[in-house]
Design a binder for this molecule. Structure first.
Ligand code: TRP
Length: 350
């Protein structure tokens, strides 16, 4: 009995040490709409595989969505659905900290402090700011401009080592590093300088109708974007309409054949097949056949996730428990960094 107790204590100690030495990951997606096939294949699916090796924090960046006008009830619905979808995609809430950004006030608090250490000039050079202000010419608000400082706060609060992001977000991780180094340069080593982390596996999924641009929920053509929780018949229809070319051969060539190559990427990600195997499978067959097969594969890939998400959404109390516990765990880590920052800059302790 006594022996058993000692062993248990030892295991707990080892686990604690392991936890401390594990590298930390933070990432997030804005709940500004329904999750896309692109965010599943390019991000969330890979996150689930990281839980054993890393100490993982995954956020729903709801504060960031306010930079573009949202319909309040829709934002709430998207946020809750995204919590359920994270879990349905395999993010175990026991092994990962899943939380909603606005539930941890430290984000807004550190965001403000970092606003004061971020330069007008560097914010003006951000590609996303330029793109988004072109798209929302009637609402170029201050939040859209300072968005990167809030995102830097998201990352730095957790002393994250790695930030899994797609290529379009790399510039945000760069500016976060610049802000952190600037701050550390003045006050000493307050922040861990994070690295962008591009997982080895994972696809960059492009729009089905304009395969030169990333698949995105803000795509103007609704047929360009497939949603994770979409009905099978709608998914199948979108793949049938996908843009290809006049060459009639299934061959991987992203520059010359962007539409077909994108479909191959998706098919490879959905089935685990290699490009060579896919080329062989469709040799001598038409695009119609190819597009139908890819569509069916995606339907089957997403079916269990949609079903599990719907199942979880029926249990609001469970989901509430998950995001509350997540917020508590996240706040614990975040507040430690925030207190340090407040102290360093000279704010009087309460
Ligand atoms: N800007 C990210 C996007 O639009 C979302 C985001 C907000 C994020 N905070 C983050 C991503 C922190 C990684 C880390 O995709």
């Amino acid at each position: 009995m006594e022996q058993e107790k000692i062993t248990t204590a030892k295991t707990a100690e080892t686990e604690k040490t392991a936890k401390i030495s594990k590298k930390r990951i933070l990432s997030g997606i804005q709940p500004s709409g329904d999750l896309t096939l692109g965010s599943y294949l390019g991000a969330i699916r890979n996150w689930a595989a990281l839980a054993d090796e890393y100490d993982c924090y995954y956020m729903l960046a709801d504060l960031h969505t306010l930079t573009v006008r949202q319909v309040p009830a829709e934002l709430r619905r998207h946020t809750l659905t995204q919590v359920a979808a994270y879990i349905a995609c395999g993010l175990d809430p026991e092994k990962n900290v899943l939380f909603v950004q606005s539930h941890v006030p430290a984000h807004a608090q550190l965001g403000w402090v970092l606003d004061c250490y971020t330069m007008f000039g560097e914010l003006s050079r951000m590609t996303q700011f330029k793109d988004k202000s072109a798209k929302n010419a009637d609402n170029i608000n201050a939040g859209l401009f300072t968005y990167p400082a809030l995102m830097a706060a998201d990352i730095l609060l957790y002393q994250a080592d790695l930030v899994p992001v797609g290529g379009d977000q790399k510039q945000h991780v760069e500016i976060c590093r610049d802000i952190a180094s600037r701050f550390n340069g003045i006050y000493g080593d307050v922040f861990k300088i994070p690295e962008p982390y591009i997982p080895q596996v994972g696809a960059r999924v492009m729009s089905l109708t304009s395969p030169e641009s990333k698949m995105s929920k803000s795509d103007k053509d609704p047929n360009g974007c497939v949603y994770m929780l979409e009905k099978p018949e709608d998914i199948a229809r979108k793949f049938k309409k996908a843009v290809t070319d006049s060459d009639a051969s299934v061959r991987f060539d992203p520059a010359g054949k962007p539409g077909v190559s994108n479909l191959m990427q998706i098919y490879a990600a959905a089935t685990g097949r290699t490009f060579e195997a896919i080329e062989a499978e469709f040799a001598g067959r038409g695009y119609g056949d190819f597009k139908k097969t890819v569509g069916d594969a995606v339907v089957e890939l997403l079916r269990p996730i949609r079903e599990e998400t719907e199942h979880l959404l029926a249990d609001k109390a469970y989901l509430e428990g998950v995001y509350r516990a997540g917020a508590e765990r996240a706040a614990y880590t975040a507040n430690r960094t925030l207190s340090k920052v407040f102290k360093k800059v000279g704010l009087l302790a309460r």
